[in-house]
Write a protein that binds this ligand. Structure first.
Ligand code: KG4
Ligand code: ZN
Length: 337
């Protein structure tokens, strides 16, 4: 089953070829970070226009890398949602038109399903069932994953997503957009303990999160003050430590309450090395942690092709030639129970 995957939900154009038997054959991502940087955030109309420019050349490139032609495809998958409506429509329209022309199914994929299955593409893939921590720019969720298409939400953020908190705090520290990776890099130089920051909802007794107060605490600290280089690095360190403390505490609580022994971390913030270090350290308490390859943590076409291929293999793929998109879409909407 050879599937072409197209991801255009936000500011990355991702295209990949995945085969059930041979694995990931090729994948390419074009990031629009430079395009949006001067605006300090994603400009939806610019994102859509850039996806239009990039998608077909990337499809050609991926096919060339795999030395394949379009006519060998068994299906074409695209991100159906959640995401920016215009950006989603680009991938949906291209995928659906190509699938119709080739006479193969067009499969709409939930973006978060792609993220949570992405560790299956790694050298050391997890077995089902597992607990998944999804930490991206738009979402922070703990999921119970019983198998392909069988997902239950255990907890989620009540306000900002973890990646959003990284990006907004990075902006407060003058690190530009998207600031998450830059903040993480700065945090490596800092020393812990100079700033006392809250760990929101760490003892809430449930598996929900809240990060907007943490960002506000940083805003209050930097207001009317110009920080020196060392202070900025220390603040980055203490901010990262606060987020990581909360994420690690909630993951271990989710494992303890469900009795699961496998944890999967996915989404852009899953690339954070301090988070990985702390989860690896916590795993001595009796669980295994699995991560996607670093390059597959952030948005990409590989996870979309993979999710569609697995859904096809399980007979639960929703194929139709209507490029419908779902900018707001709960993951529970794709769960088979
Ligand atoms: O999954 P993703 O590519 O896009 C969404 O679906 O949102 O995640 C992007 C998010 C951004 O907020 C970015 O700042 C964050 O992931 N991110 C990181 C790191 N790398 C990416 N946050 C913290 N540390 C990192 N190393
Ligand atoms: Zn994402």
């Amino acid at each position: 089953m050879l599937v072409l995957g197209i991801e255009t939900s936000c500011d990355e154009t991702g295209v990949a070829l995945y085969d059930n038997a041979r694995g990931l054959l090729a994948h390419e991502v074009h990031t629009q970070a430079a395009l949006h940087a001067e605006y300090g955030g994603v400009v939806p109309e610019l994102a859509s226009r850039d996806h239009i420019r990039r998608t077909l050349p990337l499809v050609r490139l991926v096919l060339a890398r795999a030395q394949m032609k379009l006519d060998v495809l068994d299906a074409i998958a695209y991100t159906q949602g959640p995401g920016l409506a215009g950006a989603l429509l680009v991938g949906a329209s291209i995928a659906t038109a190509m699938a119709y022309a080739l006479g193969v199914p067009a499969i709409g994929v939930h973006h978060l399903e792609g993220h949570l299955l992405s560790p299956l593409l790694s050298q050391r893939p997890p077995q089902f069932p597992f607990i998944a921590l999804l930490v991206s720019g738009g979402h922070t969720q703990l999921m119970q994953v019983e198998g392909v298409g069988r997902y239950a939400v255990l907890g989620e953020t009540l306000d900002d997503a973890a990646g959003e908190a990284f990006d907004k705090t990075a902006q407060l520290l003058g690190l530009g957009y998207p600031g998450g990776p830059a903040l993480a890099q700065l945090a490596e130089r800092g020393r812990r303990g100079r700033f006392r920051l809250p760990r929101p909802m760490i003892a809430s007794g449930n598996l929900d999160f809240s990060f907007s107060g943490l960002k506000t605490a940083v805003a209050t600290l930097v207001r009317g003050r110009s920080l020196g280089d060392d202070e900025r690095a220390d603040l980055a360190t203490d901010f990262q430590e606060a987020i990581v403390d909360v994420l690690v505490a909630k993951c271990t609580a989710a494992l303890a309450t469900t009795g699961h022994r496998r944890l999967v971390v996915a989404g852009g913030v899953g690339a954070n090395s301090r988070l990985r270090e702390r989860l690896d350290a916590a795993s001595v308490r009796g669980f295994d942690v699995f991560y996607p390859e670093i390059e597959l943590c952030t948005d990409n076409g590989a996870m979309i092709a993979l999710a569609a291929a697995l859904r096809l293999a399980h007979g639960i793929a929703d194929a139709r030639y209507a490029p419908t998109v779902r900018p707001r879409w709960e993951l529970s909407g794709v769960s088979a129970g």
